[in-house]
Design a protein around this ligand. Sequence first.
Ligand code: SF4
Length: 212
Amino acid sequence: MMKPAAIEAFFATLQAANPQPQTELEYTSVFELLAAVLLSAQATDVGVNKATRLLFPVANTPQKILALGLDGLESYIKTIGLYRSKAKHLMQTCRMLVDQHGGEVPGTREALEALPGVGRKTANVVLNVAFGQPTMAVDTHIFRVSNRTGLAAGKTPLAVEIQLMKRVPPAYAVDSHHWLILHGRYVCQARKPLCPQCAVCAYCEFKDKTKA
Ligand code: SF4
């Protein structure tokens, strides 16, 4: 496992390269963020952005999505994988937001996870990005990078999340999930990590680093 001093250097390096990391999902309100994250399960951010660029100008509040109706909503998101179930969940979520939360997105884990289609990972993203909480939304990239580098070991996303929450220094806690996602997406890629170009190679404990 990576030692605390190496973890500190790992995140300091990622921070220096990208001091204000952002999600690549496009949104202009907490509701748009929630809807985009809900639509992004097992889909790429690029694919979700293509759909929401058309959807959000027409409907970007729970009330407006409900007014579109299920068929109307589906027509905007059918390029996204699993769009039928996502449309159903988003409609149900909008109904709950209107009926139980005054049309606003709640800022607690319990209330977020009670929304249809919103699991722990989606709640973690919304709590982190919209509400500034130091949550760790472990997706496929964070899961891989954490296990490979020795940052955190675990057989499930939840196990990795718990380890990361213990091991990431507080100064990096809020932004660390962005750095890890971006590092996994563009450098520490699944099939062939780009180790020769990797800025944190010196701190990484992966045994099979690639060569130039
Ligand atoms: S050295 Fe290679 S395996 Fe380690 S973090 Fe960098 S890209 Fe990933």
